[in-house]
Design a protein around this ligand. Structure first.
Ligand SMILES: [Zn+2]
Ligand SMILES: [Zn+2]
Length: 82
């Protein structure tokens, strides 16, 4: 499901508590997933696919989008830029 970036309420249940999370692309292994999939480590994050560590401002890791998750019903959606 996609929502516009201007939308702040859940299209499913109408709750206005969307948790916005950056979606990261790890270029080394081509993994794409929300930031909470990447386990936090002392250096930054750990990729859930290749287990390499990702430091902050890592050139091998870029933000490719934003995902929103409803804290009320747990629905996840991709936020499309307007
Ligand atoms: Zn909801
Ligand atoms: Zn990786």
């Amino acid at each position: 499901m996609n929502i516009d970036s201007g939308q702040s309420s859940c299209p499913l249940c109408g709750a206005e508590h969307l948790e916005i999370t950056p979606v990261l692309h790890h270029m080394i292994c081509a993994y794409i997933g929300p930031q909470y999939d990447f386990a936090e480590s002392p250096a930054g994050y750990t990729c859930p696919k290749c287990r390499r560590s990702i430091v902050s401002d890592d050139m091998a890791c870029e933000i490719v989008g934003v995902s929103a998750r409803c804290t009320a019903c747990g629905k996840e959606m991709i936020v499309s830029p307007l």
